[in-house]
Design a protein around this ligand. Structure first.
Ligand SMILES: CC(C)(COP(=O)(O)OP(=O)(O)OC[C@H]1O[C@@H](n2cnc3c(N)ncnc32)[C@H](O)[C@@H]1OP(=O)(O)O)[C@@H](O)C(=O)NCCC(=O)NCCS
Length: 148
């Protein structure tokens, strides 16, 4: 990835419109909610945390998580890299940054869930060390986890 520095940064009044305009490729739209919807949902879930993903000074994606039901797990709720910026390792780097801070916050397990389908993120999460739990949620999403 050369000299590019990936970071997770707070969304501000100045950047929120730009972050809401980030979107995956059209064919991937079924795999993640629009960022504006995620930020609106976070408004009603005070435990949720969201950050913009930056490559150097450029916003390239969005990540949002919330505590799991048991206190020891952290749930990756939303995650996306804008279509124009995919395939450059930014997603991998952003997940690594997120995973790195979780143990110091008391988490022992990272979880996520994904919509199965062609072009979906299952293979991406496998490559980052997540494993399938075999659980399917009521909404059809499949659960994966990674011990920290
Ligand atoms: C999944 C997503 C975040 C990956 O972001 P990205 O920046 O393109 O991924 P990276 O460039 O960091 O890829 C890291 C590795 O995963 C692989 N990879 C990326 N997407 C993959 C996929 N859908 N299936 C399998 N492997 C994938 C890459 O080839 C790369 O492999 P390498 O380590 O051998 O080079 C991005 O494709 C995306 O935003 N998708 C649409 C939204 C989505 O599905 N979000 C998840 C919601 S649960």
């Amino acid at each position: 990835m050369g000299e590019t520095t990936v970071s997770l940064q707070e969304v501000t009044a100045e950047t929120v419109r730009t972050i809401c305009e980030l979107a995956p490729h059209g064919a991937q739209s079924g795999f993640v909610a629009p960022n504006a919807v995620s930020i609106a949902q976070a408004h009603f879930n005070p435990a949720a945390v969201f950050r913009a993903i930056y490559a150097d000074e450029e916003p390239v994606g969005f990540i949002m998580w919330r505590p799991g039901d048991d206190g020891a797990s952290c749930f990756l709720w939303r995650f996306m890299i804008d279509g124009r910026h995919q395939g450059r390792g930014y997603g991998r780097e952003a997940i690594a940054l997120w995973l790195k801070v979780l143990p110091s916050q008391g988490y022992r397990l990272a979880q996520t869930s994904y919509v199965p389908g062609d072009g979906g993120p299952h293979g991406f999460y496998l490559a980052q060390g997540f494993v399938d739990t075999g659980e399917t949620r009521a909404n059809g999403e499949r659960v994966m986890e990674l011990a920290l």
